[in-house]
Write a protein that binds this ligand. Structure first.
Ligand code: PLP
Length: 373
């Protein structure tokens, strides 16, 4: 008798990792690649955070915390929000990274058939998580300058629209929305009663002054922030979510049956992480941003990013995939734009790398641009 097939849910059809996998397959063949594909800082976790986590482990704080996160940790987060926004008294949920927060937020709020406005280009997780739940991402094109335009958002709203996802500073474009742009987008959300999920994981990486936050603009903002980028602790899996009480409460119930809690000894380091001054790192990243932008702007059509650690130039020859293949063959790892977009016209460079690596990458990319038009 033939064996029955292994169970794989239909929803797995919603997820397509092929674009990024192709890049990594090609990259695996390279001996010493110039790696400009990595979305994490190249500095290490602040010493004081490491010490706090080690002390917590040695002191036996290795058990579950309460689902919503250790009380002192939540209070440290609330205090940082009070300092930033003048007032804050809502519930805080400590999550397993912003990724964990995104999954819980979408699980808690989306029904099959619901529509979610996603400015395009977008962080790749939004599209797949929304589709996993049977909801529909509605992409709102922001080319060529990646600015948020309220009229385009408005035009995309239907009676099924439930949510607007914002990400500023943005991955993969490095755009930071102005307060006016955010306000105009929030006005659209307010008019239609939409929930705004504001992914502000890169908020510290803003090079022309503090990044505006959607949080104080509207009472239906679910704010997601994390420590992966600011404190370079991508492997520690720490983030938090604040927002309307019924939604944070639903997310907490879901966390109880999924993640249970964010990693407990690492939660102990959040208070220290929030108090750590990362200004020197940000200044280093600002200089790298200048280096990469100045190094690309003659031969590439490219917007100057003001935040995060990505830049998103147009691919010479018109195809992101074709240009990235050439770049990888020449030893430079970058990611085709269609991983982050419904278009395949650009490519993403992550400049979380030292000056030497960025310069080697620039040299190769400029040489290719000269021959690949
Ligand atoms: C825009 C954005 N949101 C969320 C995440 C996920 O971060 P975390 O490590 O906190 O899950 C990333 C990681 O690259 C990101 O770029």
């Amino acid at each position: 008798m033939a064996e029955p097939p292994l169970p794989l849910a239909d929803r797995m059809q919603c997820i397509d990792a092929s674009g990024i996998r192709k890049v990594f397959d090609l990259a695996a063949q390279l001996a010493d690649p110039v790696n400009l594909s990595i979305g994490q800082p190249d500095f290490d976790v602040p010493e004081a955070c490491k010490r706090q986590a080690i002390d917590a482990i040695l002191a036996g704080r290795n058990k579950y915390t309460v689902t919503q996160g250790d009380a002192a940790t939540r209070e440290a987060i609330a205090e940082s929000l009070r300092k930033e926004f003048g007032a804050f008294d809502g519930p805080v949920l400590v999550t397993s990274g912003v990724s964990g927060g995104l999954l819980l937020a979408f699980l808690a709020t989306l029904n099959p058939g619901d529509e979610v406005l996603v400015p395009d280009p977008y962080f790749v997780m939004y599209k797949h998580l929304v589709r996993l739940l049977g909801a529909r991402p509605v992409f709102v094109d922001t080319y060529p300058d990646f600015r948020l335009r309220a009229d385009r958002l408005e035009a995309a709203v239907t009676e099924r629209t439930r949510m607007l996802v914002l990400n500023s500073p943005a991955n993969p474009t490095g755009v930071v929305y102005t307060a006016e742009e955010l306000n105009a987008a929030i006005d659209v959300a307010r008019r239609h009663g939409l929930l705004v999920v504001s992914d502000e994981i890169y908020t510290a990486f803003s090079y022309e002054g503090p990044a505006a936050s959607a949080w104080p603009m509207y009472d239906r903002v679910l704010l997601l922030r994390g420590f992966s980028k600011t404190c370079a602790m991508t492997g520690w899996r720490l983030g938090y979510c604040v927002g309307p009480e019924p939604i944070v409460s639903a997310m907490t119930t879901l966390q109880q049956y999924t993640f249970v809690c964010a990693p407990s000894p690492f939660q102990a380091a959040i208070g220290v992480g929030l108090g750590t001054d990362v200004a020197d790192h940000i200044e280093t990243f600002r200089r790298r941003r200048d280096l990469i932008y100045e190094g690309l702007k003659e031969r590439f059509t490219v917007e100057k990013p003001s935040g995060a650690f990505y830049i998103f130039p147009e691919a010479p020859g018109g195809s992101g995939t074709a240009f990235v293949r050439k770049a990888i063959e020449a030893g430079v790892l970058v990611i085709p734009g269609n991983v982050f977009s419904e278009r395949d016209t650009h490519f993403r460079i992550a400049y979380a790398a030292d000056t030497g690596t960025i310069e080697r990458g620039l040299e190769v990319l400029n040489r290719l641009a000269a021959t690949h038009a």
